[in-house]
Design a protein around this ligand. Sequence first.
Ligand code: SAH
Length: 225
Amino acid sequence: MAGDRTGVLLELEQCCREAGIELTQDAADGMRAFWRMVLAANERINLTRITGDEEATLKHFVDSLTVLLTGRFAPGARVVDVGTGAGFPGIPLKLARPELQVLLVDATLKRVRFLETVIGHFGWGDVRAVHARAEDLARDRETAGQFDVAVARAVASLDKLVVWCLPLVRPQGHLVAMKGPDVEGELAAAEKVLRRMRAQILEVRRLELPRGAGRRTLVVVERGG
Ligand code: SAH
């Protein structure tokens, strides 16, 4: 129902709390409004296969917000979300931390169009959605080196993410790659490219989503100087 604030993401605040993340009322309201927009648009365009309320709460929203647990998002940081799809993790991140500046990148035009309606809905002047491939942005002077942090969830293997995302962040900037439980193979496969780019893994943070929703790994990579 339009305007109904309680009909979706019923246990969002509680589930976030269980993950160690506190949400303001405004942030939670915003996530409910955003999720309603996703569900409505999902009837026309393929945005997500997760539509159950508790599953969406845990696997889209809480999962997206776990990147905050790395503590790598300074106040007002410039963040690029590579392969954002329907806006995860970028939109929940912006709602939880309204002072962040966010660029949402996706190679699929219909998803970018959807995100433009979301940006318009919230009236954000410091969030943009671009239809592009990350590897092209990495070569573009307007975007290369312009961000403090890059985030990516369910987009590509770590070795690819390193090549696509590190050129987007400033020297000593970070990539937070959101991964499933088993990262050993990907870490090993990325060693060579990390060495070539003089980048280093700062942290491999393993976590469990609340209520048995799954194990995750956040891999934090720092760009060399
Ligand atoms: N991050 C979202 C979407 C994951 S699906 C989530 O976790 O829900 C992967 C998305 O990455 C798709 O929307 C696809 O269009 C996009 N994508 C894949 N390769 C890309 C690339 N090279 N550059 C930009 N976007 C890419």
